[in-house]
Write a protein that binds this ligand. Structure first.
Ligand SMILES: [Zn+2]
Ligand SMILES: [Zn+2]
Length: 286
């Protein structure tokens, strides 16, 4: 049996950067099983992200979610430029990896569409994982996925406004810091609820239910504030705030008939309905 070397994949490089050990390679390739699966999942996701970016070309992001850009796009400018660039980048990067596979294996090159290119690369995933350039392939695919998520879901790469800070006398607004490009970040690194006026006003997202109720009742001072504003969240926001999968969110949304709204081709769910549902589930478990 061959000696198993440390994995060269993007996931293990990040682990090493965090001071953790790289996993061992699997199946004679240069990648460990999770990095190999991640490469495959990244390719599968790119097909969807390419289409989501196409949707961004047709319509701008919902206005309410564009107020707090943390850099990059100028307020008021559509994200179309970014989405178009990312789509072109997907075709060119996937095209060059497919070209390498086709050339070295003597296969015909697939058509230059993202669906065909990703399908071709996934079929050759095992081979790619054993290629000397496997590490680079995982890096580039992961980078494309991150860029695609940022372009397709700009509101997740930035922050989502949740409402007025409930701390007495504070004029700040709360946002949930969500970084779409950081799937490896541990719990808490992602999804923290922070006040834009005072960084000390900070809550972990698992306290969101409680915090949201405080905001509705006029804040911690007890003086009734302005009428509670209705909050609307995407499935991805809900998954982050309640630490669940988007699949569970979609299932509960349809089972429990959460109120929903469509804006610019996106579905938003009524936060009160969502919170009630998760509170009930938490109570049932307790
Ligand atoms: Zn690995
Ligand atoms: Zn505050």
């Amino acid at each position: 049996m061959a000696v198993k070397a440390p994995c060269q994949g993007e996931g293990c490089r990040r682990r090493a950067a965090d001071g953790r050990a790289r996993r061992r390679t699997a199946d004679g390739g240069l990648l460990c099983r999770p990095c190999r699966e991640r490469l495959d999942a990244g390719l599968a996701e790119l097909t969807h992200l390419y289409e989501e970016c196409g949707r961004m070309l047709a319509g701008a992001a919902p206005a309410g979610l564009r107020e707090r850009t943390t850099g990059g796009d100028l307020p008021g400018l559509p994200f179309n430029g970014t989405a178009a660039d990312v789509r072109a980048k997907m075709v060119s990067v996937l095209g060059s990896w497919s070209g390498l596979v086709a050339q070295e294996r003597g296969f015909a090159s697939p058509p230059r569409t993202v669906a065909a290119l990703t399908a071709f690369l996934r079929r050759n995933g095992e081979w790619l994982a054993a290629h000397p350039a496997a590490a680079e392939a995982t890096e580039e695919i992961a980078r494309l996925v991150r860029a695609g998520r940022r372009a397709a879901f700009p509101e997740q790469a930035r922050s989502i406004r949740l409402g007025a800070c409930p701390r007495p006398g504070c004029a700040g607004s709360l946002t949930v810091a969500v970084r779409a490009g950081a799937p490896d970040a541990g719990p808490g690194a992602d999804g923290a609820v922070v006040c834009d006026a005072d960084p000390e006003h900070r809550w972990t997202s698992d306290r969101w239910s409680e915090l949201s109720r405080t905001m509705d009742s006029g804040g911690e001072s007890g003086t009734p504030g302005p009428a509670a504003t209705e909050r609307w969240l995407t499935a991805a926001d809900i998954a982050r705030l309640w630490h669940t999968s988007t699949g569970t969110v979609y299932r509960l949304a349809s089972e429990q008939r959460w109120r929903r709204r469509n804006r610019a081709g996106r579905t938003y769910y009524n936060e009160t309905d969502v919170r009630t549902c998760f509170d009930r589930r938490a109570a049932a478990r307790a």
